[in-house]
Design a protein around this ligand. Sequence first.
Ligand SMILES: Nc1ncnc2c1ncn2[C@@H]1O[C@H](COP(=O)(O)OP(=O)(O)OP(=O)(O)O)[C@@H](O)[C@H]1O
Ligand SMILES: [Mg+2]
Length: 586
Amino acid sequence: MSQATDTDVREDGRIESVSGPVVTAIDLDARMNDVVYVGNEGLMGEVIEIEGNITTIQVYEETSNVSPGEPVESTGSPLSVDLGPGMLDAIYDGVQRPLDVLEQKMNSAFLDRGVDAPGIDLEKTWEFTPEVEVGDEVEPNDIVGTVPETPSIDHKVMVPPDYEGGEVTAIEAGDYTVEDTVVELDNGEEITMHQEWPVREARPANEKQTPTTPLVSGQRILDGLFPIAKGGTAAIPGPFGSGKTVTQHQLAKWADADIVVYVGCGERGNEMTEVIEDFPELEDPTTGNALMDRTCLIANTSNMPVAARESCVYTGITIAEYFRDMGYDVALMADSTSRWAEAMREISSRLEEMPGEEGYPAYLAARLAEFYERAGYFSNVNGTEGSVSVIGAVSPPGGDFSEPVTQNTLRIVKTFWALDADLAERRHFPAINWDESYSLYRDQLDPWFVENVDSDWPETRQWAVDVLDEEGELQEIVQLVGKDALPEDQQLTLEVARYLREAYLQQNALHDVDTFCEPAKTYGILDAIQTFNDEAFDALDAGVPVEEITDVEAAPRLNRIGVQEDWEEYIEDLKDELASQLRELY
Ligand SMILES: Nc1ncnc2c1ncn2[C@@H]1O[C@H](COP(=O)(O)OP(=O)(O)OP(=O)(O)O)[C@@H](O)[C@H]1O
Ligand SMILES: [Mg+2]
């Protein structure tokens, strides 16, 4: 996090009042969003309001020992992240302090007050390889060299966006710390391997493009029915225990992003501990390297200060944008945006602002929009293309989607994965409700699936959607009159729909094989169910009673495709079996 140099420090102010995370100071010479040090202990805070001589500060640490009269000093710089090699494999708090460094300093997992630590290791050396030569002209954001940050990711060293740029006068390969100058320009500018960027400001980019590539999640219902694009936005609303965190974890583990930024925002400590213990042991399915080699974790759990929770999503998205600028596809998960909104609400009420709906500040919708607006598939300033996909969990109290955070999020995001308490209760996982969920990317992503998976992808999906719709309607009748009162063809449709739910929509995140389903397998399962459907209806047309059709021995094998490693062979064999057994009936 931004460290002030002595020359930046301005005139001191004095604390006037303390209200939880909100402190007011008088006589402080500071600007909006400046980082300030509060009280005798020098707690870190940020200016959030200035009115005349009164400066209001949100403090990122416990304020219980802070009293009026104590000094406040401004660093003169806005709340920023320190961007450079060393962020992958790291675990930060909401203001980019590495948790392990903080822990060592305090010998406790609980953050104490007044402890500061740089966001990236200032002493570690990195092997820098130049990408430009002496005499080359470089502009802001241009890539000047690379550093093997982890076995999976080459870090691109870029000219900071706020530099002027110019002709390279010195550059040399070698081992450097992030503070060493690696490039000198003719205008005197010196480029190091790290740069700061204010978290509340989007990093510059040329233009957003219409995304046309899916962020493949390896989750059948997502890729198959409600895909998100690389550079897209998605929300996962769901009641308590319905699978928001599991879904976020699945995406962090399996989505085909180059970089994952996982923001644990205000959730229980044990959920984050799971991530911290679980993730380092996982392997990246595409590279075979450690998953953490491409992951940055930001943890602000419910027992950590609320103001740092407010800032953690900004820290996360700024890190994501920085990797986007290198030309990477980044996926950011935030669990949960509701806790973030609650942090806004708490701070707003301390400020005695006029409350909006359900006590949330009137600017809730604008803040959510600004955050999701930073997602996108971009042409970067340096000519590369990169994306930031944002997937936010939403935890509506009582699972009621009509509350303000869910409603405002719904208006912004283009993919909506609605989790459902009834499905979760029936152990139908992932408990994503296929009636309520949607993806506005479907049509623009179809060409990719057609080209990379199967030319029948859109038609097959539509067939599945239609069968599930029909099942929904038939179930209403079944409730009234019972299944046996239905005509045989409708009974058969219900059977096909059951296989769609059990073999296709359900997917066990805890099963070694089923946890990840590549798109070809996702398609293969649908194709197998469709084969069953077609053969079964042929048999029905030929006069075979529906009970005989549904009793066919091979059919239940559909439900075991998900757990097959050799699924291609299994599906081919199963399709043959289904056809021959059903044809034997007539
Ligand atoms: N895809 C899945 N496969 C298998 N089990 C799942 C799946 N999704 C959810 N579960 C089960 O549901 C439980 C609760 O899921 P999870 O912790 O993700 O819920 P949540 O919505 O994040 O809850 P909270 O509101 O408490 O944060 C998991 O512990 C797991 O047992
Ligand atoms: Mg959760």
